[in-house]
Design a binder for this molecule. Structure first.
Ligand code: GDP
Ligand code: ZN
Length: 458
């Protein structure tokens, strides 16, 4: 990884805006700036962490490109720990792009996606799990996901991992010493036995692993699929939910538009709602509901909302759909309760909890929100607990699983009374897996897969 060159990028969204920022990081930051910047009062003293008003001038022909505010920050007290310059241009594509082109002409290289954050990581300002939190933070969909990513950015996960690692490293050193010297010459481990340290570590890792499901939901949203025969009120429900709770969502790669798919915010839980009505336009061919494509969505759903029209008797079409719901996580929504109830909804109680609603009056929607929230957090008081909570992602999960398997293998080796070197091999595996979470031990491929998810300029 080359860190000696100086990178630049537009760090604000492309398009018309109040300001657009060109960010430069690297040893030549100041040199490049001095070639293109003319301070308004002619004296630019280059004092670190100061802002200067002036003009960006094309050194080729002396033309003024833009009137700007320039911030110069000398490393290491910067995001990348390198010298950083930020040029605040007038928003709009042309001035910002021209300033960027000039910095490139003066020797900077266009940064790759996430390269600023990558430098922050390489230079030790943040660790890998914190770098990942930067992406989560940018993409957070609700206040809860925001809090969770901030906790991780502050180093919550790193602290936990480092704690476990420290203990295991202590143990590792102890065992290595026991291998080399007789027992009475080795410092004791403290109050704990070897097996107690391993047990405690397994325990801690298990607790972290339990946060995965919730973390996944906070990052990606809870997949909720609304299913039901035509006219029961699926679209009305979606509209009602959107009206009250539309979540602010940045572009999510890979979302398809052939179905109706929206993010909403239910008590802080990002919920991705899929209205299966969008799956097939021929809503009158109802016998086909539930086949193929719909099934695919049912399979991916974390929660299925099965809607029936409570104002008419249940019929064979409702029961047709019921066939596909067995064994799944289902909430039955008996809708249109503002009308006279004619459906025998008790018949559906074996499928899932029944909630009665009217999308017309809004009655029962709060009960639905509570039910969704409870299913995510399973009765835990997440607002209260979230203060210090961290939620692992899929990468952390696979490494924690690796660590825990290695530790369990340590225990087995120990039980079997095999020599201690056998324990230390597994112990090393566990320590390395933990080190990969924070990035102390990390391959180039892993770095790529993480930083490629960033946008340019971050
Ligand atoms: P979908 O085919 O399942 O998406 O159903 P729609 O949302 O398009 O609704 C079908 C019809 O039922 C529309 O005329 C809605 O206005 C009406 N509708 C939906 N929900 C309710 C409700 O709670 N009460 C009443 N009275 N009508 C409703
Ligand atoms: Zn519809």
């Amino acid at each position: 990884m080359n860190m000696d060159d100086t990178i630049c990028a537009i760090s604000t969204p492309i398009g018309e805006g109040g300001i657009g920022i060109v960010r430069i990081s690297g040893p030549q930051s100041l040199e490049i700036l001095s070639k293109i910047f003319s301070a308004k009062n002619r004296v630019f003293n280059y004092k670190s962490h100061t802002i200067h008003h002036g003009f960006i001038i094309d050194p080729q022909d002396g033309r003024v490109i833009d009137e700007v505010l320039v911030m110069y920050m000398k490393g290491p007290k910067t995001y990348t720990r390198q010298d950083v310059v930020e040029i605040n241009c007038h928003g709009g594509l042309i001035p910002v792009k021209k300033v960027l082109d000039l910095t490139i002409a003066c020797g900077a290289r266009l940064a790759e996606p996430g390269e600023f954050t990558l430098r922050a990581f390489i230079n030790g300002r943040i660790d890998l799990s914190q770098a990942e939190a930067v992406i989560d933070l940018i993409r957070s969909k609700t206040d809860l996901s925001h809090i969770a990513s901030v906790n991780q950015l502050k180093g919550g996960l790193s602290d936990k991992i480092n704690d476990i690692m420290q203990r295991l490293l202590g143990l590792y050193g102890h065992i290595e010493a026991l291998n080399d010297f007789p027992e009475d010459e080795v410092d004791p481990l403290g109050d704990e036995t070897i097996i107690e340290v391993i047990d405690a570590s397994i325990n801690e890792i298990e607790k972290l692993l339990e946060t995965y499901d919730t973390g996944k939901i906070l990052r990606e949203g809870l997949n909720v699929v609304i299913i039901g025969k035509p006219n029961v009120g699926k679209s009305s429900l979606l509209n009602a939910l959107l009206k009250e709770n539309r979540a602010i969502v940045t572009d999510v790669p890979g979302t398809t538009r052939d179905i109706i798919e929206e993010y909403i915010n239910i008590k802080g839980v990002p919920v991705k709602i899929i209205d299966t009505a969008g799956i097939r336009r021929t809503e009158d061919i109802v016998e086909k509901i539930g086949v193929e494509k719909s099934l695919e969505y049912l399979n991916k759903a974390d929660l299925i909302v099965f809607m029936v029209d409570a104002s008419i008797p249940l019929d064979e079409l409702d029961m047709e759909i019921v066939k596909y719901l067995e064994g799944r996580n289902v909430i039955v929504l008996a809708n249109k309760i503002d009308l006279t109830i004619k459906a025998d909804i008790r018949k559906l109680s074996s499928i899932g909890d029944i909630i009665t609603t009217s999308t017309k009056t809004g009655e029962g929607l709060n009960v639905l929100y509570d039910a969704i929230y409870d299913r995510v957090f399973k009765g835990k008081n997440i607002f209260g607990d979230l203060g210090g909570s961290i939620f692992i992602n899929a990468r952390h999960r696979s490494l924690l699983l690796k660590a825990i398997n290695a530790l369990k293998s340590c225990e087995k080796t120990f039980d079997q009374g095999l020599p201690l070197d056998f324990v230390s091999i597994d112990l090393r595996t566990a320590i390395d897996a933990l080190g990969e979470i924070t990035g102390q031990v990390v391959s180039d491929e892993v770095l790529h897969s993480i930083f490629d998810r960033f946008c340019i300029g971050k």
